[in-house]
Design a protein around this ligand. Structure first.
Ligand code: ZN
Length: 129
């Protein structure tokens, strides 16, 4: 699907902005809202490693801070779009809060592959009322 390819390319371009002086592992993300807006994110590392943030959560938090909480898809990519990268467990949990019926787009040899978030995190954490 053309939309998935575009999101993957945006994510890959955003990876160039990653601040990753410690790991050298640059990642970009592009999240699509249900009303067609795209928010990007990159990983931002810190000398206090635990203070670092992943690309996916950066993108989600940017969207939510702009009052966009209905998210549809998120693409995750390296600067070299041919390299495959998957969201970490913490990001999958955060994604499940805003787009549990949505999909994650990753790159396989530069081609977009769409995976249901529920397949990546079948048992998300929820506070039951
Ligand atoms: Zn993550």
């Amino acid at each position: 699907m053309e939309e998935n390819r575009q999101l993957l390319e945006i994510a890959s371009k955003t990876a160039a902005f990653a601040y990753a002086p410690y790991s050298g592992f640059k990642v970009g993300a592009a999240v699509l809202t249900d009303d067609g807006m795209v928010f990007t994110g990159c990983n931002v590392e810190n000398a206090a490693y635990g203070s670092s943030m992943c690309a996916e959560r950066t993108a989600v938090f940017k969207a939510v801070s702009e009052a966009k909480t209905n998210l549809k898809k998120i693409a995750v990519a390296r600067e070299d779009i041919g390299e495959t990268v998957y969201p970490c467990g913490a990001c999958l949990q955060v994604l499940s809060e805003f787009m549990y019926d949505g999909t994650v787009i990753i790159s396989k040899n530069g081609e977009p592959v769409e995976i249901k978030l529920k397949d990546m995190l079948p048992y998300n954490f929820e506070l039951k009322k």
